[in-house]
Design a binder for this molecule. Structure first.
Ligand code: M6R
Length: 587
């Protein structure tokens, strides 16, 4: 994962510019953060801190520099623990680099460089990049030539920004597999290279995106200039577009956490999605639908499969992107391939999309972050209306994805959006009750979420939210499957969350719950208002009964709030759970 940013400028405030960009990139990882810049004596200075960008901000607070060039990085650890020596930037022989991606052959390169007498400081794969560039400079190559010679040695993925202390007026970037945006300030006095346009939201008026193998060479002479070279080092034009990403001024607006705020925004997200929806495509030409995504976005796809097959009778497959991209799927011209992603940067989803595109087949993206890689590369696009989602756990974006999928296939007039949003708001108004139930659940050894029909994907989503936020092992299962194995787990240390809306599966789901109760399992029913259940030892949450097609939206808000309160009552950081990142840009 990781986020990178760099700047070459006539201005002096590079530290604040780097730090504020890193804050906007923190969704890519928060294991450590660091910056490096070339000072007025042409020496590289580096400051790194373990943990969030806030720690780095504190460390640089009193720093005064006249530097005009610098690079920054926020890390999600892949190779090497989250300790300072593994934090970026990495430096070798006056070259400093920041890297997003994974160098798969770093051990081999490292061995070769060790044999040449190089000494390594870190366990990171990225350090070999700095070492390799500086090694080539030592053999007599220029900084630019050393970059050009080093890159073909790297296997894997990378977006790299590099500076060299003997050329403090040169900033070089290159990429393969990981995204890279080059931004120009409106006054032309600064140029930036970063992982995405969000990092440059308040800095760059115009943006261009590099293609795989490209280099961007930025120079500060009389004025700031840049050229883009392709992998054969021929100059190429990449179109500049306006950077219309608004400055990220998202605040918690009085909520304790972004996640709570984002769950409370779910009804409005549904309303905005409904109001803004317009289909970009004529579906009549397709006989099959293939939905491809990861994590919560994948569960939106699982939910949509129920709707599409049931309501419009089109054969639908749902695929986990990391599997789809590496197996040999049978693709067809009569299939529409839909890629679902909040961030638009998930590497497996992006590469799955590229594989399908390479076969000349039709792709549609459902993405929340505009101008993200998936949004830019898909043929047809739907932009979800969730607004910025800061909490690492996807909440309101799931609502936007699911509703967009429903609206793509079902006539808007058949959906009663008022009923949906009203019911979701009613669930939210029960937050004290949900908090109390969470208190009963929080010390369980594990959680089992079960449901049938469209409640099954919500069970999957509930279990994912529970494990990522509260670190309790949790599974989502179709209710009918529990006696095929999971029932063996059931005892008084396990809580089962039964999603039992009053639909055509209701009686069957209740029977499954009774089987759990008969084995001393503890049970929470999430069912509809008006349902009479009387199992003494169980807990109950009642949600409004609405049109069965739309019922999953109401259940979702309930299980999101439940996961939130379980984690909160365990005293955990719900916005940035351990070991995770908002955008998964490595495979
Ligand atoms: O940005 P994407 O929607 O492509 O992300 C996919 C998953 O990484 C994401 O949904 C993840 O599972 C969330 N943390 C779940 O809350």
């Amino acid at each position: 994962m990781c986020g990178i940013v760099s700047v070459l400028t006539f201005e002096k405030e590079i530290i604040e510019c780097l730090i504020s960009s890193l804050e906007r990139l923190e969704y890519r990882g928060y294991d450590s953060a660091g910056i490096a810049y070339i000072d007025e004596n042409s020496k590289i200075e580096r400051i790194r801190r373990v943990g969030k960008v806030a720690h780095l901000r504190q460390a640089v607070e009193k720093l005064n520099t006249n530097s005009h060039i610098g690079i920054g990085h926020t890390r999600w650890a892949t190779h090497g623990k989250a300790i300072e020596k593994n934090a970026h930037p990495h430096i070798a022989g006056g070259v400093a680099i920041v890297h997003n991606g994974i160098i798969e052959n770093f051990e081999q390169i490292k061995r070769e460089l060790l044999n040449e007498g190089e000494v390594f400081e870190s366990d990171s794969d990225s350090e070999v990049i700095a070492k390799l560039i500086s090694y080539h400079i030592k053999t007599g190559l220029s900084f630019t030539e050393a970059m050009k010679t080093s890159m073909p040695r790297l296997k894997g993925t990378y977006a790299i920004a590099a500076i060299y202390e003997k050329q403090p007026n040169v900033l070089i970037g290159t990429k393969k597999g990981s995204p890279m945006a080059v931004g120009l300030s409106s006054d032309g006095r600064s140029i930036f290279i970063a992982s995405d346009s969000v990092a440059l939201s308040s800095l760059a008026g115009q943006i261009t995106y590099l293609e795989d193998g490209d280099f961007v060479i930025c120079l500060k002479e009389e004025e700031i200039t840049y050229k883009i070279l392709d992998s054969s080092f021929s100059e190429v034009n990449r179109s500049l577009i306006l950077n219309n990403i608004a400055q990220n001024t998202v605040t918690k607006s009085g909520f304790a956490d972004f996640m709570l705020k984002e769950i409370f925004e779910e009804p409005n997200t549904a309303l905005e999605t409904f109001n803004n929806f317009g289909s970009p495509i004529d579906l009549s030409q397709y006989k099959n639908i293939s939905l491809i995504a990861c994590g919560t976005s994948y569960y939106a796809g699982v939910l949509a499969k129920y709707w599409i097959e049931d309501l419009v009778g089109i054969h639908t497959d749902v695929e986990i992107a990391s599997e789809f991209r590496y197996r040999n799927p049978v693709l067809s011209k009569s299939t529409l391939y839909i890629f679902i992603s909040q961030s638009g940067e998930t590497i497996d989803t992006l590469n799955a999309l590229r594989n399908v595109k390479a076969q000349g087949l039709d792709t549609l993206s459902i993405v929340n972050v505009e101008s993200s890689s998936i949004d830019r590369e898909a043929k047809y696009k739907i932009k979800t209306s969730a607004g910025p989602e800061i909490g690492v756990a996807s909440t309101k974006s799931f609502i936007a994805q699911a509703l967009s999928l429903l609206l793509l296939f079902v006539d808007k007039n058949k959906i009663d959006i008022k009923e949906i949003t009203h019911a979701m708001n009613e669930v939210i108004s029960q937050y004290e009750k949900i908090k109390n139930v969470a208190n009963k659940i929080k010390n369980s050894k594990s959680l089992l979420y079960i449901g049938r029909g469209t409640s099954y994907p919500i069970a999957l989503e509930g279990a994912l939210k529970a494990k990522e936020l509260s670190y309790i092992s949790a599974e989502g299962y179709p209710s009918g499957e529990i006696k095929h194995g999971p029932m063996a787990l059931v005892d008084e240390s396990i809580y089962s969350i039964i999603l039992a809306p009053q639909d055509k599966y209701f009686e069957k789901t209740i029977s499954n719950a009774q089987e759990i109760l008969a084995r001393n399992g503890r049970v929470l029913f999430i069912t509809n208002e008006g349902v009479q259940l009387n199992f003494g030892q169980a807990s109950y949450l009642y949600v409004p009964k609405i049109d069965p097609t739309a019922q999953p939206f109401v259940l979702t808000t309930a299980i999101h709030l439940l996961a939130y309160y379980i984690a909160k009552q365990k005293g955990l950081n719900v916005d940035q759970p351990r070991n995770l990142a908002k955008s998964v840009t490595v495979e």
